[in-house]
Design a protein around this ligand. Structure first.
Ligand code: SF4
Ligand code: SF4
Length: 103
């Protein structure tokens, strides 16, 4: 990865998530991207309960359905184990691997 891309990723990683398609929030994690459809979340807490690296926590704010969604509190700690994705009953959170940088 070149230095410019690395710098851009770091900026994204440590700021408000950028909005992607269909309202999903996206964060840059070390190995790829973490997506969250915040208003799809039912607030069950499985994702942050099962995350082995404490990347996620319960947010204080409410989503459109009146539930507390997860929030990303330690984005650099994500190891892309996909436990959060596997346990979410609403398919509201998922990971994508980073595309190879061919530039
Ligand atoms: S992929 Fe694993 S480490 Fe990353 S947020 Fe989900 S459960 Fe946590
Ligand atoms: S597992 Fe899914 S539905 Fe449950 S709190 Fe996390 S994002 Fe929301």
């Amino acid at each position: 990865m070149n230095a410019k891309k690395e710098a851009e990723d770091r900026v994204i990683r440590h700021h408000t998530p950028i909005t992607e398609k269909e309202g999903a929030k996206r964060w840059v994690v070390p190995k790829g991207y973490l997506y969250l459809l915040e208003d799809t979340c039912k607030g069950c807490g499985f994702c942050y309960t099962f995350c082995p690296k404490e990347v996620l926590a319960q947010a204080e704010h409410f989503n459109a359905k009146g539930y507390h969604p997860p929030e990303v509190v330690d984005v650099d700690a994500c190891v892309m184990c996909r436990f959060c994705e596997a346990v979410c009953p609403e398919f509201a959170i998922w990971l994508e691997e980073k595309e190879e940088d061919h530039g």
